[in-house]
Design a protein. Structure first.
Length: 141
């Protein structure tokens, strides 16, 4: 696997959580939460982060249901990912994100973060959990 940073997106209807890996592709860090505006502006903002962080790959959380089926959100994320692939010239893959948002909420809750403050952080933390899972499953050796 080519070394460099990997960017990860947790795509929701209102927000997109963004996480980034270290250059050695070992550890995922929450980066920021992007409030959705329009497809064009969302893609530009993601492209800007990719350029700024010099990301070599993009992982997008794939919201498959617990039973393995596709929901309306799954289809929306798949369509969004196709638009990203057209717009942005780096390898882009979908990665199973089941339970990442609930795990992020549990983590923030256990740290004593108030519910209204969690809302703005959950998406970036969920993206970092998705990315960490991807990094752990794809570690060399």
């Amino acid at each position: 696997m080519k070394k460099g940073r990997i960017l990860c997106l947790d795509v929701g209807e209102k927000r997109i959580g963004i996480a980034i890996s270290d250059p050695d592709m070992s550890i995922a860090f929450p980066h920021k939460v992007l409030n959705r505006t329009s497809l064009e502006k969302d893609l530009r903002a993601i492209s800007d982060v990719i350029e700024e962080k010099k990301a070599v790959k993009l992982v997008v959380g794939h919201p498959i249901s617990l039973s393995g089926g596709k929901s309306q959100q799954t289809l929306l994320v798949e369509e969004f990912t196709e638009e990203i692939k057209k717009e942005i010239g780096i390898e882009t893959i979908l990665w199973d994100e089941r339970l990442s948002t609930s795990e992020a909420d549990k983590s923030l809750s256990s740290m004593g973060t108030e519910s209204r403050k969690r809302r703005g952080k959950i998406d970036a933390i969920a993206a970092s959990l998705i990315l960490q899972n991807y990094l752990d499953k794809n570690r060399d050796g």
